[in-house]
Design a protein around this ligand. Sequence first.
Ligand code: SAH
Length: 332
Amino acid sequence: MDLIQFQKLFKKEPKYRLGQAKKALFQDLIQNWQTAKVLPLSLREELNKECSIEISEKTFISKDKNTVKALLTLEDGLKVETVLMRHKDKRNTVCVSSQVGCPLDCSFCATGKMGFKRSLEAWEIVEQVLFFARYLKKIKERITNIVFMGMGEPFLNYQNVIEAIKILNDKEGFNLGARHFSISTVGIVEGIEELAKEKLQINLAISLHAPNDELRSKLMPINKKYPIKKILNAIDDYIEKTRRRVMFEYIMIRDLNDSEEEAKTLARLMKKPLYFVNLISYNPTGIFKPSLSSRIKKFKEILEKEGVAVTQRYRFGEDIEAACGQLVAKPR
Ligand code: SAH
């Protein structure tokens, strides 16, 4: 749907109509404007014609039923993947994509291998969330968290990502609290600086994955433009302005970035208030192997001994290629 067109249709309506439409769309989770009976018939017809809210999708469910991946077809025929993770503690996290493909080409990530097609419009991001909100409604559950950790680099599509968050955060609409959103970035410094200025209490995560520039540049070519020091300086400013915690993601790849030496180097960088490290098992995408669990355990112990806050990420949806770094939107 074209959000500008959507706003335009309501210009000629009484003020309360927009509120009614938002409630129907984001709270009642209608799938077709025809069912929004509070709106006059002519408006519903116009909306259906010009602002369709139907979503074309194909879903894949993991064996343990905790992960659902949806392949959505966009208006221009391109496809994008989005993932629902159902946690044991009743949280339902949706992992949304911000671009079709990704221009960054990190060596461990499957998305980069498909190349970059285009950035998503704000509505195309919102749509991914609505799809799963409708899905969960059938079993009387709700989305509790949204993470920008799907395909693409959110800070290379900053405006649309923030617009989507504002739409989903809107009290009159979907009304998900800002603290329930997280953006993960490779460390685009301009994005970090912009986010620090927003009056939005959302969470920020940095894909670090290596404790020194030499290794990081090998894994993530973008490190040449945004090396570790530059990113950490931007993060320190961000923390000073927002007083919010920042997560540093670290994928554990066997014999590549998981040695004791690397843990110690990482600890020196990460030993700061409001920093915390999230250790992630590498999900196979063909090139590397995941670290052995004994290595991960040792790595974590070293960080903890050095006084760094560490968490470990639970792995979802590997059997349906829905785990981090496995999203490629293959036409099926
Ligand atoms: N471009 C952003 C958003 C994508 S987030 C970013 O890189 O942060 C996807 C997360 O999954 C990132 O932390 C990314 O580094 C991680 N990831 C990519 N490939 C992975 C893989 N094969 N196994 C585990 N995590 C992976």
